[in-house]
Design a protein. Structure first.
Length: 493
């Protein structure tokens, strides 16, 4: 029987992995648990449920009548104080509600999945010797050595500009500025009990999986030894380089995701509250009225989908810990893999793909299409929402392991049980649907719009290829490719 192109391609990737496996410094993980247990579905579903309740809460409570009803029952002397408290707390609603989501997901991992057992054994405590306390101090020093240059770049780099806040940095990264000023002291406080747990209950390994300890020791290694070419030193160098790439991933994506998250919380509130306000006065006299009402509803649903995607994605970047088995195993090792991924995100996207690949300013079809072609608009929007819903579902499936350019374990449930890149194929197909009105209203723009869409599709196809090339070295991913042979379209490709 002739092999399919997908099987042939997978075999080439597998052969490439076998060739690279001879390298003494190749970083791989060989989990001793089944592929299906890497990331349980329940973690993401619980996060989705709590996030949905939080989203509904903000949409309903956002209106002034709720607060007015509370104030009306209070003595005038207390209204001003209560008003100030409500305003202060309400200003932090996104952070507070997001913390509920991540705590719920962590509770699932700790109390139900008990993923900590993969790297910790709380039934076999180890003595805290002088060497153990020294290792705790070394980890703390290495963490500080990581935070200092990162903070320096955030403060003085023009894009983020803590020090000399330009208009864009003040507007786009305002939430990230606050987030970072809170997270750094929190991290420097919580790291010590975590390092203590590592020494007291952490399972023994070859030491290289303890990135901070490896980095601390590498810093004190003479340069001549680092460049000696010794196989063991090359293995250590590879782990330190991998850790450095992991830090760059977080440095780049966390500010973007925090900004996305804050923007989409606000967008959801506006869209959902607007729909709720208009609901009582909606008319249902004919197909046009139904279509316009559906447009308002779909506008809110789209905002909810984006909120789910970026919120759970951000929590994945933040929840990186061996205590939850959500640590980064490997970060993308090739420059090309980094390039095709970063081209899809600001600030690089704004300067490159934002000019040459931008094709539509709409989330869903504009209101005029719903008015003039109600049936077509409803059907097309339903298809778009379905595709974007699957795209968000793919993020939910990651639970606390979502992250670009990294290997944090292999998924095989949800949409990933059908194709290997469900998010990419659904999002790119939805973009074609969303771009149709601009092409039909401006026929002269059809060629350039189609070229931009094809270029965008090609970019995401390259992302899929580089991700598979990175992941195929893992035994779990090789097993996954056999179970799910199709990259984008089941039974076809």
């Amino acid at each position: 029987m002739q092999e399919s192109p997908v099987e042939a391609s997978s075999e080439k990737l597998h052969i490439g992995a076998e060739t690279r496996s001879a390298e003494p410094h190749l970083i791989t993980s060989k989990p001793n648990w089944p592929l299906e247990e890497t990331q349980p579905q329940l973690t993401g579903l619980v996060g989705l449920a709590v996030l949905t309740l939080a989203a509904v809460f903000t949409a309903v409570v956002k209106g002034a009548p709720y607060f007015d009803s509370l104030f009306a029952k209070m003595p005038l002397s207390q209204v001003a104080a209560w008003d100030s408290l409500v305003v202060a707390v309400w200003g932090w609603r996104f952070a507070i509600l997001s913390s509920f989501v991540i705590f719920a997901m962590i509770a699932v991992e700790v109390f139900y999945v008990k993923s900590y057992r993969r790297h910790f054994n709380f039934n076999a405590p180890k003595p805290l010797t002088q060497e153990a306390w020294s290792r705790i101090g070394q980890r703390g020093l290495a963490l500080l050595c990581c935070l200092v240059p990162i903070t320096f770049l955030y403060v003085f780099l023009g894009e983020y500009s803590f020090y000399e806040i330009n208009y864009r940095a003040k507007w786009y990264y305002a939430h990230f500025h606050t987030f970072y000023l809170i997270m750094v002291p929190t991290l420097l406080t919580l790291c010590w009990p975590y390092f203590w747990l590592l020494e007291r209950y952490g399972k023994e390994d070859d030491g290289l999986n303890d990135e901070l300890l490896t980095a601390a020791r590498w810093i004190h290694t003479p340069l001549a030894q680092i460049r000696s070419g010794d196989p063991e030193q090359k293995r250590v160098n590879a782990h330190v380089a991998n850790f450095a790439r992991t830090l760059v991933v977080k440095f780049f994506f966390v500010p973007v995701m925090v900004s996305f998250c804050a923007g989409n919380w606000g967008g959801w509130e506006f869209r959902a509250h607007q729909f709720l306000v208009n609901l009582a006065t909606m008319k249902w006299d004919g197909s046009v009225d139904v279509a316009l009402n559906f447009h308002s509803f779909a506008f809110a649903v789209y905002g909810y989908i984006l909120l789910v995607d970026v919120s759970l994605g951000l929590l994945g970047y933040l929840a990186s810990s061996r205590l939850l088995d959500t640590q980064v195993v490997t970060a993308e090792p090739t420059l090309f893999g980094w390039l095709v991924a970063l081209l899809c995100y600001p600030p690089i996207q704004r300067g490159v793909t934002g000019i040459y690949l931008e094709y539509s300013g709409y989330d869903i079809w504009p209101e005029t299409i719903f008015r003039n072609h109600p049936t077509l608009a409803i059907l097309a929007t339903c298809c778009s929402l379905l595709l974007m819903g699957i795209y968000a579902w793919a993020t939910v499936a990651f639970g606390l392991r979502f992250s670009n350019l990294t290997n944090r374990g292999v998924l095989c449930h949800g949409p990933y049980s059908v194709v290997r890149h469900p998010a990419y194929i659904c999002k790119n197909t939805a973009w074609w649907i969303e771009a149709m009105p601009s092409m039909f209203s401006h026929p002269g723009m059809i060629p350039i719009t189609m070229m931009r869409l094809f270029a965008t599709n090609t970019l995401y196809g390259l992302r899929a290829f580089t991700e598979e090339r990175h992941m195929i070295r893992e035994p779990h991913y090789q097993e996954y490719c056999k179970k799910v042979p199709w990259r984008f379209i089941p039974g076809v490709w």
